[in-house]
Write a protein that binds this ligand. Structure first.
Ligand SMILES: C[S@@+](CC[C@H](N)C(=O)[O-])C[C@H]1O[C@@H](n2cnc3c(N)ncnc32)[C@H](O)[C@@H]1O
Length: 194
């Protein structure tokens, strides 16, 4: 099986999704997928959907490639790039049924908060790429960041709060397992386009 990593020939044009996957299926995207332990399992359980994992660290996106190929995940691809750039420039408009953002870096110092992925401009960035009725699924251990996530989506009237499906919540991420082992609970939220 060939590498699952997308070799970007340009970062100035949107991806041609039809050329990336063998089957034209609904697409879900995980931003900051880390070691891809969530994405590999989720993609294994959902062969009738396509998945892209976005990650800026080479070593981590290579783990996606390794796990995905071991599991024969024809429906999964990895892109090494910055998440906000990916949403703004590379993902075609209204192409994703869901965005998953799990344990994004919390940037706990006040002066660094502007680096957070989920800020006030994020709902509009997500709306650009989400298909009608698409959903943003969020998890974090950080109470302050969780509050910010809730505030920015509460202010974005085109979304409504929905429950995270149990089958989805049951698939944990690498960081989530570490936090839970330390007794730190997972905070979860999901926002769906009305
Ligand atoms: C705290 S880790 C969580 C990884 C994984 N989601 C999990 O829960 O196990 C955050 C991940 O997001 C990646 N990351 C952080 N900011 C990013 C960005 N702006 N674009 C792409 N990846 C990013 C980091 O390299 C790291 O792998």
């Amino acid at each position: 099986m060939d590498s699952l990593l997308v070799q970007l020939t340009t970062i100035l044009e949107p991806l041609k999704l039809a050329e990336l996957f063998p089957q034209p299926q609904l697409l879900e995207v995980e931003l900051g997928c880390g070691d891809a332990s969530f994405l590999a399992e989720y993609a294994r359980q959902n062969p009738a959907r396509n998945f892209i994992g976005v990650e800026r660290l080479l070593g981590r996106v290579q783990k996606l490639d390794k796990k995905g190929r071991r599991l024969g995940l024809m429906n999964t691809r990895g892109v090494r790039i910055e998440s906000a750039y990916f949403l703004e420039y590379l993902l075609p408009p209204h192409s994703a049924a869901a965005l998953h953002i799990y344990f994004p870096d919390p940037w706990p110092k006040k002066k660094h908060r502007r680096h957070r992925l989920i800020g006030e401009s994020f709902p509009a960035l997500a709306r650009r790429v989400l298909a009608p009725g698409g959903t943003v699924f969020l998890r974090t251990d950080d109470t302050d960041y969780f509050q910010q996530m809730n505030e920015v989506f509460a202010a974005a009237k085109e979304y409504e709060t929905v429950a995270t499906p149990v089958a989805l919540a049951e698939i944990t991420t690498d960081f989530e397992r570490d936090f839970n082992a330390q007794g730190i609970p997972t905070l979860r939220a999901a926002y769906q386009l009305k």
